[in-house]
Design a protein around this ligand. Structure first.
Ligand SMILES: Nc1ncnc2c1ncn2[C@@H]1O[C@H](COP(=O)(O)OP(=O)(O)OP(=O)(O)O)[C@@H](O)[C@H]1O
Length: 664
C-alpha cells in the first residue's frame, strides 16, 4: 500500500475519531442532540485557515476572507479549538431549561443549514462556494510538506491530538460530573429537581464538543490545504451521528470504532466498487447515503446500544470506617443506618446532619403536634406572618450560605415552607385555584385529595418544577417564587415524582450518588482536576449510599441498572436518592405507591424518625392508613383548593372532606 495513501487514511481516521468523540460526549453521554455539530468543525477549519493564511491581498486577492494573519503553527490549531468552543455560546439559548430536547435538536439543524447557506453565498468574508485554498501547512517554511517524513509526522501529531481528546472525554465522563451529565440525559426534569443546572451542563457540553470539533476541522484543513463550504454540509453531521450510534453512543471506544467503520470505512469500500461508463456519475455517492441511512435504522432497531454499548459503571462499596456518630445532638436518628457516612460531610455542608437532618440541637425533640394552621386562603400579596421573619442565623441550614441570590430576610423558626394564594392554570383549567398552606419544621405533613385535586401540581410548584400562575412560594422565610427548581434543590428543597423517575441507565448506586450536593467532582473544573481531587468526597458519599441501601434492603442491587428494578424497588431508589440530596424539606409524591405494605411501614417509620431529627416532609399519599399512622397534620384538597387541615381524626369529622374524598 502506498505510504501517502496510508497517511491519508490515518489522518482522516484521527480527525473523524476526534469529531465522533466530541459528538459522543454531547449526544451519548449528555443527551444533547446537536444536529449542527458540523458547523463547529467548519468554523474550526475556517479559523485555522485564516490564522495560517497571509492577508488576502498577498496572493493576488483572488480569494477574500476574514483576517489572514499568517501566524505560526500551532496557533492555527489552538485558534480552531477556541473558536469552535466560543461559537457554541450563542447556541446555548437553544438548549436551555425550557426548550424540549427535540425542539433544540431541530433548532440546531436549522441553524446549521442557514450557516451553510450563508457561507456558500456570502463572498466578502467567506469567499462563497469557492471556499479557500493554498492554506499553509504546519511549519511548511522549515520542512518540505511533500516529504513522506513530514506527512508521517503530521499524521502522528493528529493521532496524538486524538488520543488527548480521548483522555479528556474519558476523564469528564468517568467523574461525578459525568454522572450528572448522564443523569441529565436520562431524565432532565429529575436532574433539575436534584440541583443540576441544566443550562450550565449543556453549555459546557456544547463548548467542549465545539472545541473538539473545531480542533478536528483545523487539523483537517491544515492537511488538505483547502476549505470549502460544500465539504461541511449539514448532512455530514448525519454521517457522524451514524458513526456514534453504530459504534455505541456514550462509549468513547465505540465512537472511535464508529469513526473507522463509517466515514473512513465507507469511503474506502466505495473505492473498490468497479465503475462503469454506463452508470450515472452520482450513483455511488448516492448509494453511500442510502447505506448510511439504512445502517442507522437497522442499528436503532436491532441494536440501539451500538457495537460497543455504554459500559456499566460498577462502584465498589466502601466499608464504613468512620467513627460512630458524634456527641449529643449530632447523632443519628433512631433509625441509625440512614445516618452512616454523614460524619464525613464536607465543610461546606457541615451544618447538614446525617442524610439531611437539621443540625444538632436545632431539631424539635419529637414529632411536632398537630399544629392546625388555618386552612383558609391568605390574600394575595399578604405580608408574611410575623413568625416568618425572625430566626437566628444558625438555623439557616441551607439558606444564603448555599445560594447568595436568596440573601435577604431571616427565615422563620417554625414555618419552613409556605404557599400563599397560589394559582396554577393549564389553558382554561385551574388545577390549583388559590391555595395557601404552611408546613412546619420537623413535621410529616400529609396531603390528600381525590384524583385531579391538584396535589401533584401544588407539589411541583413548591419545588419549582412548575411555575405559578399567581401567588407566592416562601421557603425558610424567603420568597423563592422566581427561583428555578435546581436553585431550590440546592437550598435543601427536594422533591420526588408521582411517576417512576429513576435514572434508568444509571445503576442504583449511581442514582444515589448523583444527588450528593457540593461534591468536589461534580463540576467541569473538578472533573478535569481528576480523581485525586474528588476521591475523598466520593468515598464518603459511597459510604452514605451503602448505609441507605442496607437500611432499605437494596444492597444486593447496588450495581444493577435502576431501570431493571421492580416498581416498588424503584420507588425506594427515589426516596434514598432524595435523602442523599441532604434535604431540609422533602416533598414526596405518593412515595409508597407500589411498595409492599411492610416496606411502606418501614419507610413511614424512617420518615417519622427523620422528622423527629428536624427534617420536614410533605407527602402526597392515597393510602389513608399511612396517613393515619404517620402524618400529622394532614391537608385535604379538592378541585384545586384546600378544604381543611388537621389530624386525620379531625378531617374525618368534616363533612365536606368526607364527601370529597373519604367516602368509601
Ligand atoms: N401538564 C398539564 N397540562 C394540562 N393539565 C394538567 C397538567 N398537569 C395536571 N393537569 C390537570 O390539573 C388537574 C390536577 O392534576 P394533578 O395531577 O395535580 O392532580 P392530583 O391531585 O395530583 O391527582 P392524582 O391523585 O390523580 O395524581 C387535573 O385535572 C389534571 O388533568
Amino acid at each position: 500500500m502506498n505510504s501517502y495513501y496510508l497517511i491519508n487514511l490515518v489522518i482522516y481516521a484521527a480527525v473523524d475519531a476526534m469529531a465522533c468523540l466530541g459528538l459522543s460526549q454531547q449526544f451519548g453521554v449528555a443527551g444533547v442532540t446537536n444536529f449542527g455539530f458540523i458547523v463547529f468543525q467548519a468554523a474550526g477549519g475556517y479559523t485555522a485557515a485564516v490564522l495560517a493564511l497571509p492577508a488576502d491581498s498577498a496572493n493576488g486577492g483572488f480569494q477574500s476572507y476574514i483576517g489572514g494573519w499568517n501566524l505560526p503553527f500551532p496557533v492555527s490549531w489552538i485558534g480552531a479549538a477556541v473558536v469552535g468552543g466560543l461559537i457554541a455560546l450563542p447556541f446555548t439559548f437553544l438548549v436551555g431549561r425550557r426548550l424540549r430536547g427535540d425542539f433544540a435538536a431541530v433548532g440546531l439543524l436549522v441553524t446549521a443549514v442557514l450557516l451553510n447557506l450563508l457561507a456558500t453565498n456570502y463572498r466578502p468574508l467567506l469567499n462563497g462556494d469557492a471556499g479557500l485554498s493554498l492554506i499553509p501547512q504546519p511549519l511548511q517554511g522549515e520542512y518540505d510538506p511533500q516529504a513522506a517524513g513530514y506527512q508521517w509526522a503530521l499524521a502522528a501529531v493528529a493521532v496524538a491530538a486524538c488520543a488527548a481528546v480521548y483522555l479528556l472525554v474519558r476523564r469528564i465522563t468517568g467523574s461525578p460530573y459525568g454522572r450528572s451529565l448522564r443523569a441529565m440525559r436520562d431524565n432532565d426534569i429529575v436532574a433539575d429537581s436534584l440541583g443540576k443546572n441544566l443550562l450550565s451542563l449543556r453549555t459546557a457540553m456544547l463548548v467542549t464538543g465545539g472545541a473538539i470539533a473545531g480542533l478536528s476541522g483545523g487539523i483537517l484543513v491544515s492537511y488538505i490545504t483547502t476549505w470549502s463550504p460544500a465539504a461541511w454540509g449539514y448532512a455530514e453531521t448525519v454521517v457522524l451521528f451514524a458513526a456514534v450510534i453504530i459504534g455505541g453512543a456514550g462509549n468513547h471506544r465505540g465512537a472511535i470504532l464508529g469513526a473507522i467503520l463509517v466515514p473512513v470505512g465507507f469511503e474506502e469500500v466505495t473505492r473498490y466498487i468497479p465503475t462503469s461508463n454506463n452508470l450515472p456519475p452520482n450513483l455511488i455517492p448516492s448509494l453511500q447515503w442510502v447505506a448510511i441511512g439504512l445502517l442507522i435504522v437497522i442499528f436503532l432497531w436491532v441494536r440501539p446500544q451500538g457495537i460497543l454499548p455504554e459500559r456499566k459503571r460498577l462502584i465498589r462499596a466502601v466499608p464504613l470506617t468512620m467513627p460512630p456518630a458524634g456527641p449529643a445532638g449530632s447523632g443519628p436518628p433512631a433509625s441509625g443506618g440512614v445516618s452512616a457516612g454523614a460524619a464525613q460531610a464536607r465543610p461546606g455542608h457541615a451544618g447538614l446532619a446525617p442524610a439531611g437532618l437539621a443540625p444538632a440541637g436545632l431539631a424539635p425533640a419529637g414529632l411536632a403536634p398537630a399544629g392546625l394552621a388555618p386552612a383558609g386562603p391568605v390574600p394575595a400579596g399578604a405580608v408574611p406572618p410575623p413568625e416568618m421573619t425572625a430566626v437566628p442565623a444558625a438555623v439557616r441550614i441551607a439558606g444564603p450560605a448555599h445560594d447568595p441570590a436568596v440573601a435577604t430576610g431571616p427565615p422563620d423558626r417554625d414555618v419552613v415552607l409556605a404557599a400563599v394564594d397560589v394559582v396554577r392554570e393549564f389553558g382554561g383549567l385551574r388545577a390549583v385555584a388559590g391555595v395557601s398552606l404552611t408546613v412546619r419544621r420537623g413535621t410529616l405533613t400529609g396531603l390528600i385529595g381525590p384524583n385531579g385535586a391538584g396535589k401533584s401540581t401544588l407539589l411541583a410548584m413548591l419545588a419549582g418544577t412548575l411555575t405559578v400562575t399567581a401567588g407566592q412560594i416562601r421557603y425558610q422565610g424567603h420568597d423563592v417564587t422566581g427561583l428555578p427548581a435546581y436553585r431550590r434543590a440546592r437550598l435543601g428543597l427536594i422533591r420526588t415524582f408521582q411517576l417512576a423517575s429513576e435514572f434508568k441507565k444509571l445503576t442504583v448506586m449511581e442514582n444515589l450518588l448523583s444527588a450528593v450536593p457540593g461534591h468536589r467532582g461534580d463540576s467541569l473544573r473538578g472533573a478535569l482536576a481528576g480523581p485525586r481531587h474528588w476521591r475523598g468526597d466520593e468515598d464518603a458519599a459511597i459510604a452514605r449510599a451503602v448505609a441507605l441501601l442496607e437500611r432499605f434492603g437494596l444492597e444486593a442491587h447496588a450495581n444493577s441498572y435502576a431501570g431493571d428494578l421492580s416498581g416498588g424497588q424503584r420507588r425506594l431508589v427515589e426516596i434514598m436518592r432524595a435523602l442523599m440530596a441532604e434535604p431540609q424539606v422533602l416533598l414526596l409524591d405518593e412515595p409508597m405507591a407500589g411498595v409492599h405494605p411492610n416496606l411502606a411501614r418501614v419507610i413511614g417509620g424512617e420518615l417519622v424518625a427523620l422528622a423527629a431529627g428536624g427534617l420536614t416532609v410533605l407527602m402526597v399519599e392515597h393510602e389513608l392508613a399511612i396517613m393515619d399512622e404517620f402524618c400529622d397534620p394532614v391537608v385535604a384538597m379538592a378541585e384545586g383548593i384546600v378544604l381543611a387541615q388537621g389530624t386525620m381524626a379531625e378531617l374525618r369529622r368534616r363533612s365536606d372532606v368526607v364527601e370529597a374524598y373519604l367516602v368509601g
